[in-house]
Design a binder for this molecule. Structure first.
Ligand code: ATP
Length: 202
């Protein structure tokens, strides 16, 4: 799986549809201060399922929608499309039907976020797991924000372990274990309730 194109529409400063072609090798983004370089990286993190508005430098998730300028009115939605070259057919099942995979996330004011994979509605969790299993995603250590290096140096051991897990490609398993533990806890609670009912009936 290889990212081949990122398209931003109404996302932060990118009001008109804008394509970032990601070719073979290294892709560099250069430009003056405030031209939107960080917004591009945030768009990539966002389409992979980022849920923390703070990580998008906003107060709420709708802050990613183009807020308007003196000459252009604000938009009602923001959309990011990520094209993935899947010719090696390494995408997990459910996403592995074609040589090209297009993941789309759209946020609409007062409605929230919706995701699509090759035109079909998918859940946020499915998209997050797709990228976690591919050892990338919104929290991937491969995406380095400004100020993140000093955060890492000062991080507690538990936070550092997360980074190692991510690099080892097991963060998807970590998420699944967490979900399994929650289910187990729920089942234990249900069993206790059944015991109570049985006792009352006896
Ligand atoms: P630097 O080199 O200083 O780090 P940069 O190229 O990384 O800058 P960004 O931080 O990506 O630039 O972009 C900041 C610009 O994006 C600002 O001009 C800001 O007004 C604009 N911006 C952020 N959110 C929105 C939004 N919702 N609507 C419109 N413009 C926005």
């Amino acid at each position: 799986m290889r990212f081949s194109k990122l398209r931003l529409t109404g996302f932060k400063s990118f009001v008109d549809p804008t394509d970032l072609i990601i070719g073979d090798g290294l892709t560099g983004v250069v430009g003056p201060n405030g031209c939107g370089k960080s917004n591009l990286l945030e768009a990539l993190r966002w389409v992979m399922g980022e849920t923390r508005a703070k990580a998008m430098r906003g107060g709420g998730m709708e802050d990613v929608i183009f807020a308007g300028t003196t000459s252009r009115s604000a938009r009602n939605f923001a959309e990011v499309n990520l094209l993935i070259d899947n010719s090696d057919r390494l995408a997990p099942s459910g996403f592995n039907e074609a040589d090209q995979l297009e993941i789309v996330r759209r946020i609409t004011r007062d409605v929230g976020s919706a995701y699509k994979s090759n035109g079909k509605d998918v859940r946020a969790r499915d998209v997050q797991m797709l990228f976690a299993d591919a050892s990338t995603g919104a929290h991937s250590p491969a995406l380095v924000r400004q100020g993140q290096i000093s955060e890492l140096i000062n991080a507690k051991p538990k936070a550092r372990r997360r980074i190692l897990e991510e690099a080892a490609g097991i963060s998807g398993l970590y998420q699944r274990r967490h979900e399994a533990e929650l289910k187990l806890k729920n089942t234990e609670q249900n069993l206790l309730r059944v015991d109570d009912v049985v006792e009352q009936l006896a």
